[in-house]
Design a protein around this ligand. Structure first.
Ligand code: ADP
Length: 456
């Protein structure tokens, strides 16, 4: 009886799977997993070479974290630099990238990124993205002539992808497992609303982004960031590509490094000078109303200390003088801060013991500091302000080990046949720090490399 039941259940599952795939192609040349910047670029590249491409995206819309990229794209020696007479050379670009990553990035990959940045910009311009050099002070960034960068970038990529009849996009379709035969990746199992089915492919490109929305996984790779807040990322960034590739024996690099900032609230990051600037600066207090840290620590170290508090958050307390700076006003307004004319009233608003908060602030104002700050400010001018702040992370520096052809490398240092990666899921380009704007450049540069390697 039991055996019959098992057989019937198996048949049912098989029938459902067949049903799910009946109306869909289940064979392609290139399967791209993930529809952010890197996935779109690699899919367009392979389609442009005449190959059949299926791109699966687990969310209902394309864009990933790429769509929330705010600043712009980093690039060097581009036509925009020539036209504006503002210089940012390949040498500058290489140096800045390596130094920001504390010289831990793979120089071979960084060199490719830098050398191809100008071509990447020409390509994006041809697709319709309108860019300009940000300023003489920040010549490394190309920013949109107007409007939001990430949404325009994703917009031109989607527009381009739509031109190819041989490129099919399937949203709400999540890859759950790579199919492997004799050590070669030959497709993936995917899930959609109707069921589970396999898409067979000559090559698979992982473009699943980072693990920014998976705090448990972040803590696994760096326990300092346990309980990190995820408000600076999008929902799809859960590390799926890493998990799937590990099952194919892929190797990882730099997984302990994340871009983390301590002062985050309601989807924004704020400048640490609110609590760290000379003279004007405020303090951080825990739920008891006590200081617990040297507020001038480097951002990542400060974030780790805030995460150690029972609440994994802190109140930034400052006075009217900080409130009147651009950083202070922004933090207060966007971070939904509260203000009061006395410390006691402020304490009541944030539900902290008034006597403790008063003593904490008096001690600080008198220069009493058990935490080793070399520069102390003062909290002395009403109104007094409190803003709840939670460290949050934004970018995964590490990822799958890849070579210059975007092939995923296994634990024996050999390319895994049929498996490629591009974008945030790959490691090696950053080490312990990211130049903002290099990430969408790497989506384009390594998206193109992965797309071309996948069709060879
Ligand atoms: P990148 O900049 O590297 O392109 P993004 O975060 O912009 O990274 O895009 C990654 C995309 O991959 C997101 O849209 C995310 O929802 C998607 N994704 C992540 N995991 C899967 C999965 N298992 N199957 C399909 N799509 C996925």
């Amino acid at each position: 009886m039991k055996t019959i039941k098992v057989v019937l259940v198996s048949l049912l599952i098989f029938a459902l799977a067949a049903c799910a795939s009946a109306d869909k192609k289940t064979k392609t040349d290139v399967l791209v997993i993930g529809g952010g910047g890197a996935g779109l670029v690699s899919a367009i590249t392979a389609a442009n070479a005449g190959k059949n491409v299926i791109l699966v995206e687990k969310m209902s819309a394309l864009g990933g974290n790429t769509i929330i990229s705010a600043t712009g794209i980093t690039a060097s020696d581009t036509k925009y630099h020539t036209e504006s007479g503002i210089s940012f050379t390949k040498e500058d670009h290489f140096k800045r990238t390596m130094e920001t990553g504390k010289n831990l990035a793979n120089p071979e990959l960084v060199e490719i990124l830098v050398n191809r940045s100008s071509d990447a910009i020409d390509w994006l311009t041809d697709l319709g993205l309108k860019l300009k050099v940000r300023s003489e002070k920040e010549p490394f960034w190309l920013v949109p002539v107007e409007g939001h960068y990430g949404s325009q970038l994703v917009g031109v990529l989607i527009n381009e992808a739509n031109q190819y009849k041989n490129l099919e996009v399937r949203t709400k379709t999540k890859a759950v497992k790579l199919e492997i035969e004799d050590g070669k990746v030959i497709g993936a199992t995917v899930e959609d609303e109707k069921g589970t089915y396999v898409i067979s492919a000559k090559s698979v490109i992982l473009a699943t982004g980072g693990l920014n929305n998976n705090p448990e996984m972040i803590a696994f790779y760096n326990e300092k960031y346990k309980n990190i807040n995820t408000e600076m990322t999008t929902p799809g960034a859960t590390g799926d590509g890493i998990v799937m590739a590990l099952a194919a024996n892929a190797d990882l690099v730099d997984m302990q490094y994340f871009q983390v900032r301590p002062l985050s609230s309601n989807g924004d990051w704020y400048h640490e000078r609110i609590i760290a600037a000379e003279d004007l600066s405020g303090i951080l207090v825990n739920a008891k109303g006590e200081r617990f840290v040297n507020e001038t620590l480097a951002p990542k170290a400060l974030a780790a200390e805030i995460l150690k508090t029972d609440e994994h958050s802190a109140y930034a307390i400052f006075d009217n003088r900080v409130l009147n700076t651009p950083d202070g006003t922004k933090f207060f307004t966007k971070g939904k801060g509260v203000q009061a004319n006395t410390i006691e009233e402020l304490a009541a608003l944030i539900n902290i013991d008034a006597a403790t908060l008063k003593k904490t602030i008096d001690d600080y104002n008198q220069g009493i500091d058990p935490f080793g700050r070399t520069v102390l400010g003062k909290v002395i001018e009403a109104p007094y302000v409190a803003v709840l702040t939670k460290p949050s992370n934004h970018y995964t520096m590490g990822g799958l080990k890849v070579n210059a052809q975007a092939q995923v490398i296994d634990k024996n240092n050999q390319p895994i046949p049929g498996l490629f990666a591009a974008g945030e899921v790959m490691g090696g380009l950053y080490g312990d720090g990211r130049v903002a704007g290099n990430n969408t450049l790497d989506d384009v540069v390594f998206g193109k490399i992965a797309g071309l390697s996948a069709i060879k």
